[in-house]
Design a protein around this ligand. Structure first.
Ligand SMILES: [Fe+2]
Ligand SMILES: [Fe+2]
Length: 162
């Protein structure tokens, strides 16, 4: 029988692909506004989320748990402003942190050493993800309110490499 942690990890694969989809939706929002740097940043972010999903996929295979692919839902976010996108990104990462936290405590409950060790990477990643989202909000609030400031922020975000 499949353990709870294994089925939760399968759900997390779905959540990571849904994260990718949310960020792709944000990229599309910026493309409509001709903010191609922001869009590029969010497309990279979407790719990163797919990477997270695949990390879990590989882990499940390594520990011989069956991978079960669940349907990916459409993003529900309907942002109207740049700041809403940035705020929703942070809220989403905080939500994911809660999911990772639930996974970790379940692994602990099941005394699953491998899962705990695996999840440590995701804990560090979530610190980074939240910090990245907060930084964008801060930069936007400081520089983004003038057309010139927004333009240079767009150029800066367009330079994101990975
Ligand atoms: Fe993620
Ligand atoms: Fe993320």
């Amino acid at each position: 029988m499949e353990s709870t942690i294994a089925s939760m990890l399968n759900t997390q694969i779905q959540k990571e692909f849904e994260s990718a989809y949310i960020y792709l939706g944000f990229a599309a929002f910026f493309d409509m506004k001709e903010l191609s740097g922001f869009s590029k940043w969010y497309k990279k972010q979407a790719k990163e989320e797919e990477g997270h999903a695949m990390k879990i996929y590989d882990y499940l295979c390594r520990v011989n748990h069956p991978v079960e692919l669940l349907p990916i839902g459409a993003p529900r976010n309907k942002p109207e402003t740049v700041l809403q996108v940035l705020n929703q990104s942070l809220e989403h990462e905080e939500y994911v942190t809660n999911l990772i936290s639930a996974l970790y405590f379940q692994a602990e409950k099941e005394k699953d050493l491998f899962a705990k060790n695996f999840l440590n990477w995701f804990i560090s990643e979530q610190i980074e993800e939240e910090q990245k989202a907060r930084l964008l909000i801060g930069k936007y609030k400081t520089f983004g309110s003038t057309p010139e400031g927004l333009h240079s922020l767009d150029l800066e975000l367009g330079r994101r490499i990975e």
